[in-house]
Design a protein around this ligand. Structure first.
Ligand SMILES: *Cc1c(COP(=O)(O)O)cnc(C)c1O
Length: 519
């Protein structure tokens, strides 16, 4: 039998002895046709799903789904792609959460653009690894071009550089690592006595707003600073870092002989989409000689939008986090960390004889591992590359502008609706609000009603919304990232929330409250 004649004939039991059968699954010159068919089959299933789903979710519970997944014997392979794809229907595709559905309104996970998915298909089949030139070649140069392109959009200047990462959390971690090591280097340079790094670390502080992303605190812990190294700076009413409060904290740290290794400005907070006052923060950082990091994981889409001005001041950052897999409509994962001064990336440069010996750096062989905290690394950049080459940056920006416009309209809708209370007018595409029971409800009941409405909606599968806590109370949250979500969709989901909440009140509220509601 030739290798590819009967790809479906692998025995169902574990005892595959013939090398021919195992080898028939390798992607190579002999199996190109089989690859084409198998992947096309997978694509067909997803395409059928896209046209067929009725809601973002089926509402299935972990208890209902787990037996189906558990029943599969992973030691009894099905042998061919078609059979596995059939099986996949019930373990995954049927009940997956679909972000392309217009009533998925929960997290910062976007519907993806087709050009990027084409890139994804290509990059995983070719399987370049971007750690070294000798595992990637052109991919290395393309990633570098995209880093330069992004740095230019930000305005970081000619010495800028950066690297693709797995996500905003990793980008923030790397930025904090570079800031930490820069701070140590400067302290060591300026001190008369010879200070060792372990002596400096306890003095280091990171200043970030009260609504900054939790990955900053996690980074501080991972970097040996401890969670207490993150000093919380209060926000104004619009959930933007107060520059006055930041100045006060910087002053206090100086008085207490602490070293502020970084100020983290968030350009698009995860909960509120609020953008910290970047120019004021940049002024303060400049005055203090402090590293300014801008976490634009969410707001980076503004770089290509007609609202670019909302990011004014970002060009003064020392490092920037961007998540293309949020507001650039890219599939997970696609993110980058950018730095103003390429030399700072040297803090993650380590040479290994087997991979990237120092002599290669001297010969200017572009080994991206020299700039990364990962080693083997996906060619995620290809997705953005295909996106820019097929649809272009302006088209991406239009998509993001559309959801920001929609959020503004949604805010008006909520603000005019007596059933709801909305927290802040959005700068980006999030809406944080809660259902208000009739007067007389305790704060505790209000919390329970909102928690219930979110859960009931999720279980119904009709829509998915997120939740968060504001000043100790439970709120609901829409994160709009789908331009297909209409104002009617938003209104419809609000009605569904009110229905679930009303039903809960009727069943659980005091007789007095439910009576008043009925009347
Ligand atoms: C989403 C987000 C992150 C984390 O990014 P991941 O890609 O999920 O790791 C960091 N910061 C902000 C502001 C975010 O919104």
């Amino acid at each position: 039998m030739s290798f590819h004649e009967h790809p479906g004939d692998a025995p169902a039991t574990g005892g595959v002895s013939g090398t021919a059968d195992s080898r028939s699954h390798l992607l190579n010159h002999r199996t190109a046709e089989q690859y084409r068919t198998a992947v096309a089959d997978g694509v067909d299933r997803v395409a059928a799903k896209l046209t067929g789903v009725r809601g973002p979710f089926t509402g299935i519970s972990p208890e209902q789904l787990a037996p189906t997944v558990d029943a599969i014997d992973l030691d009894r392979p099905l042998g061919d792609a078609a059979a596995a794809l059939d099986e996949l229907e019930s373990v995954y595709l049927r009940d997956a959460v679909y972000f392309h559905h217009p009533r998925y309104l929960a997290h910062l996970n976007c519907p993806v653009v087709i050009p990027a998915v084409v890139g994804e298909a290509v990059l995983s089949a070719v399987n370049s690894s971007l750690d070294t030139w000798d595992q990637s070649a052109g991919g290395t140069l393309m990633e570098r071009r995209l880093i330069d392109w992004t740095a230019e959009r930000i305005g970081l200047g000619r010495a800028a550089d950066g690297i693709f990462t797995s996500g905003g959390s990793q980008s923030n971690l790397q930025a904090m690592l570079l800031a930490r090591d820069e701070a140590c280097r400067i302290v060591q340079k300026n001190s008369e006595t010879e200070l060792r790094k372990p002596e400096i670390l306890p003095k280091l502080r990171i200043l970030a707003s009260e609504v900054s992303h939790f990955s900053i605190t996690k980074s501080a812990t991972l970097l040996g600073l401890g969670a207490d190294a993150v000093v919380t700076v209060p926000c104004d009413r619009d959930k933007r870092m107060s520059a006055v409060a930041l100045a006060r904290e910087l002053e206090r740290c100086r008085r207490e002989d602490l070293v502020v290794m970084a100020v983290v400005a968030t350009a698009g907070t995860t909960d509120f989409g609020s953008i910290d006052p970047l120019p004021e923060i940049a002024d303060l950082c400049e005055r203090e000689g402090t590293w300014m990091h801008v976490d634009a994981a969410y707001g980076c889409g503004l770089l290509v939008s007609k609202r670019r001005h909302l990011l004014d001041g970002i060009e003064r950052a020392d490092s920037v986090t961007v998540d293309y897999h949020k507001s650039f409509f890219q599939p997970v994962s696609s993110s980058a960390v950018l730095v103003r001064d390429e030399r700072t990336l040297g803090h993650v440069t380590y040479y290994a004889d087997y991979l990237n010996p120092e002599r290669m750096a001297r010969k200017r062989i572009p080994n991206q591992v020299d700039k990364s905290i990962q080693t083997t690394r996906r060619f995620d950049a290809l997705k953005l590359w295909m996106t820019l080459r097929i649809m272009g940056a302006d088209a991406l920006g239009e998509l993001f502008d559309e959801v920001v416009d929609r959020a503004a309209d949604g805010w008006k809708l909520l603000d005019d609706d007596p059933r709801f209370e909305v927290v802040t007018e959005p700068q980006l595409s999030t809406l944080v609000f809660r259902y208000l029971p009739p007067s007389g409800a305790t704060p505790e009941l209000t919390d329970r009603v909102n928690l219930h409405a979110r859960e009931a909606l999720f279980a119904s599968g009709d829509a998915i919304v997120a939740g968060t806590v504001v000043d100790g109370s439970h709120y609901l949250k829409f994160t709009l990232l789908n331009p297909e979500t209409s104002l009617d969709d938003i209104a419809h989901v609000l009605d569904l929330i009110a229905e679930h909440a009303g039903r809960y009140l009727a069943e659980h509220a005091t007789p007095e409250l439910s009576h008043r509601r009925a009347g």
